[in-house]
Every structure is written in structure tokens, then in C-alpha cells.
Design a protein around this ligand. Structure first.
Ligand code: 13P
Length: 253
């Protein structure tokens, strides 16, 4: 059984100016110290990347972006390339977040292109998948996940399992306070790992980290993290406050 080091990631969404993000990252870095028992990532808005990168440079906290475009450069007004993110200090990038799928027309094909482009620039894609409430109610959870994995990830070139992270975020659990139960989450994660084995390879699937996202808080992170196929958390609201996010990071203490 390969070691999958937990990853606790914060998605700051469209919150925080540069100065606000700088102050939050500074505070978080103090609370985390040099504790490297889990991998840690924060994804501020693009305009705050440079305000955060210097602050976390010599800390265990890595920088992530919330999106990217698949071309290296060109006439694509408003877009940011993987190479630009790398140069801004990013290690990770979220791809295909449900809010992007819902409000900005992100498709599985776009997720595939973005994932491949990120990999080519040595950015670790955190590919987000998950079903909506009506899809779950209609019994379509697994077919939705199957399609998102096949269309989003089939054929992408990984050198090893640490090159890719998948985040399972049931849309009905995002920002609603309704967390998936640990058993619902484990069931979905086990299914995702099985599909990754088919679409990529069994060796890769065993080592790829699958994060759970959707109303993760200090009081539910521990039971989620105890499940065999849950390798970390992608945290929205609770990652905006350093004290609370640090509590989540220290779930094992
Ligand atoms: P919340 O933790 O606010 O539910 O958001 C989850 C999320 O969308 C992280 O990407």
C-alpha cells in the first residue's frame, strides 16, 4: 500500500484582496510553524498570488491557483497560463471546480485540456468532480463521476501518482453546511479510485490523493480523514480564517 501523505487545501474563492491575503497567509504560517505532517496548500485569487508567495516561501504551505487556461500564451484576454502560474510560485492549480462548471461553462473537455497543460508545466492539477443534489436524488452519482473522470482524465500523461490530485466535492455539500457523511464520502472515493485504476493505471490510482470537499470544518475533518480512501480535504469557507484552517490542518494532533 503506497503512502498517501494527506493534503489539506484551502480554496479562498473570490475572497481577499492582496493585502488581506498577505495578512491571512502570514498568520496561517505562524500557526503552522514548520509542521510538515501533512501537505498544505492555499489558493488565493490570481491578484493575491504575489502577495502570498513571498510570505509562504520558507514554510510548509504551498501556493495554488483557482483556475488556468491551457494555452502557453497568446491573444486570450483575461486568461492565465500554467507557465505564468509556475513563475508566480504556484505548485498546484484547481481545475474544474463546480462553481466554474456551473457559472462559467467549464466542460469536461476543458478540464482535460487544462489538466494536460498543467502537467506539462509541472503544476499539480487538483481536478474537482462531484454530483449535484438532483443528480444524487436521481441515483446518478456514480455515472456522473464516471463521466467526469473518463472525459476529464483519460490519456493524461502522469510521471507518478503525486502529479495529480482529485477532489470529490458533492455540489450539494458546498457552502451549505451539509457535509456528506463519512460513509457517503468513502463510497464515492472508493468508486473514484476504482475508475482512476481503469482510466490511468492501478499503480497510479493507489498513489493518487483524493480529497473530500464540501463543508469541511474542524469538527468533522477527523472522522472524514479516518476513512481509507479520503486523503485530504479541500476547504472553502473554513479556510478563510487562519485559526480555523489551522485546526483543520492539525486534525491528527
Ligand atoms: P465549503 O468548504 O465552503 O463548503 O467549500 C468547499 C469548496 O468548494 C472547496 O473548493
Amino acid at each position: 500500500m503506497p503512502q498517501r501523505k494527506p493534503l489539506i487545501a484551502g480554496n479562498w474563492k473570490m475572497f481577499k484582496t492582496g493585502p488581506e491575503a498577505n495578512a491571512t497567509a502570514r498568520h496561517l504560517a505562524k500557526l503552522v510553524g514548520d509542521d510538515a505532517t501533512v501537505d498544505i496548500m492555499i489558493a488565493p485569487p490570481f491578484t493575491a498570488l504575489s502577495a502570498v508567495s513571498g510570505v509562504i516561501e520558507d514554510t510548509p504551505i504551498a501556493l495554488g491557483a483557482q483556475n488556468l487556461y491551457w494555452e502557453a500564451e497568446g491573444a486570450f484576454t483575461g486568461e492565465i497560463s500554467p507557465g505564468m502560474l509556475k513563475a508566480a510560485g504556484c505548485t498546484y492549480a484547481l481545475i474544474g471546480h463546480s462553481e466554474r462548471r456551473q457559472y462559467f461553462g467549464e466542460s469536461d473537455d476543458g478540464v482535460h485540456r487544462k489538466t494536460q497543460a498543467a502537467l506539462e508545466s509541472a503544476i499539480i492539477p487538483v481536478v474537482c468532480i462531484g454530483e449535484t443534489e438532483s443528480e444524487r436524488e436521481a441515483g446518478e452519482t456514480f455515472s456522473v463521476l464516471d463521466k467526469q473522470i473518463r472525459l476529464g482524465l483519460e490519456g493524461v500523461s502522469l510521471r507518478g501518482p503525486r502529479d495529480l490530485v482529485v477532489a470529490y466535492e458533492p455540489v450539494w455539500a458546498i457552502g451549505t453546511g451539509k457535509t456528506a457523511t463519512k460513509d457517503q464520502a468513502q463510497e464515492a472515493h472508493a468508486f473514484i479510485r476504482e475508475k482512476l485504476a481503469k482510466v490511468l493505471s492501478s499503480d497510479l490510482a493507489l498513489g493518487i490523493r483524493i480529497l473530500y470537499g464540501g463543508s469541511v470544518k474542524p469538527d468533522n475533518v477527523k472522522e472524514l480523514m479516518a476513512m481509507p480512501d479520503i486523503d485530504g480535504a479541500l476547504v472553502g469557507g473554513a479556510s478563510l480564517k487562519p485559526e480555523i484552517f489551522a485546526e483543520i490542518i492539525h486534525f491528527g494532533a
